[in-house]
Design a protein around this ligand. Structure first.
Ligand SMILES: [Fe+2]
Length: 341
């Protein structure tokens, strides 16, 4: 049946316009060439930015002024020595204690492995728990996300060249979605160029005239793009695209262990090129919320627990679906030792 005849889906597609919905492929309204020619995508971009700036204003006490300035200017901020040597050593030791549930996603030749930092995992890991619950850490992340809600946090290991395959698609510079979002990396080991550092196009989070024009043109074509990601609302930007937007070269952010990097992933970013077999391990945080909700949010534990409950239920559902098809789910379970070795 042609998609436009799925009448029961139209209310959902319409409602998605007022939330995080971003797929030009799955939602015929978001992907409509005519509506985007008329400015639908750019209206969402502009409104979401205005609302994010309002929430940043309300949450400004959560991040020191110098860091806020860097975040607004560059699209990311770096806090060196966020963890000292003792804290690092304790956390490294705790994450090697048996327990936890590890999941893995394969993209190209790269494996992303994660353990969700939920209460069950933190219960027996006091140093990690103290960090995750510390006001100074959470405040910085909340400011980055422009939302006072507990971000999702994981232990994350990236393994480059982990298996034969095509190039990791996350190595292409891209914007995660049409509105400001936060991701953060607290590195547990030194990150050098060979490890494939987090890479960012400095200043690319700004909606300059050139970015506006590029984003508009891309939104009009996105419904028909087939690079695997742009059509799902995560626009890929080639070196030529970056030059067209007058943006600088991507910068690999090398860092000492204990460094915290917070980035607005509406700006162009990706994973840096790495030597096969190299990778990094970090505490990774993620905050993405309804971009049109002007309320700054409330960091309540029971809301965070509900979110984690549904996230785990979703993964289990995906596992079951994949098992029926005789394949592994995108985020499939792995032995925890496989991640921490
Ligand atoms: Fe990304």
């Amino acid at each position: 049946m042609p998609r436009v005849l799925k009448i029961h889906m139209w209310p959902l597609w319409f409602l998605a316009l007022f939330g995080q919905g971003k797929s030009f492929k799955a939602n015929p309204l978001i992907g409509s060439h005519i509506l985007n020619r008329l400015g639908l995508h750019m209206i969402r971009v502009l409104l979401a930015r205005a609302v994010a700036h309002f929430r940043w204003l309300l949450l400004s006490s959560k991040m020191p002024k110098l860091l806020r300035k860097a975040y607004a200017r560059d699209g990311f901020c770096i806090i060196t020595n966020f963890l000292d040597e003792h804290e690092l050593a304790a956390i490294r030791q705790e994450i090697r204690t048996p327990g936890g549930t590890a999941r893995q996603m394969i993209q190209g030749n790269t494996a992303t492995q994660r353990i969700l930092l939920d209460e069950a995992f933190l219960q027996t890991r006091p140093s990690l728990s103290a960090l995750i619950h510390s006001g100074s850490f959470v405040d910085l992340l909340e400011y980055g996300a422009a939302k006072a809600c507990m971000p999702l946090m994981y232990i994350q290991r990236i393994r480059n060249g982990h298996l034969p395959g095509s190039v990791d698609p996350q190595k292409t510079m891209h914007s995660d979605t049409f509105h400001p979002t936060m991701k953060a990396w607290l590195f547990l080991e030194d990150v050098e160029q060979k490890h494939g550092p987090f890479t960012y196009v400095r200043g690319s989070h700004k909606l300059t005239k050139a970015r506006f024009n590029w984003e508009y043109a891309r939104s009009c074509a996105a419904g028909k793009l087939r690079d695997g990601y742009s059509e799902k609302g995560s626009f890929r930007a080639s070196p030529d695209d970056l030059a067209e937007m007058n943006l600088p070269e991507p910068e690999g952010i090398t860092a000492k262990a204990g460094t915290l990097v917070i980035a607005n992933t509406n700006g162009f970013h990706g994973r840096g090129d790495a030597e096969d077999g190299e990778g990094r391990i970090e505490i990774w945080a993620y905050g993405r919320h309804n971009p049109f909700n002007p309320l700054p949010g409330f960091n309540l534990k029971f809301i965070s627990n509900i979110e984690l409950f549904f996230l785990k239920a979703y993964w289990r559902h995906k596992d079951k679906q994949a098992k029926k098809r005789g394949v592994k789910s995108s985020w499939h379970l792995i032995d925890t030792n496989e991640m921490l070795d």
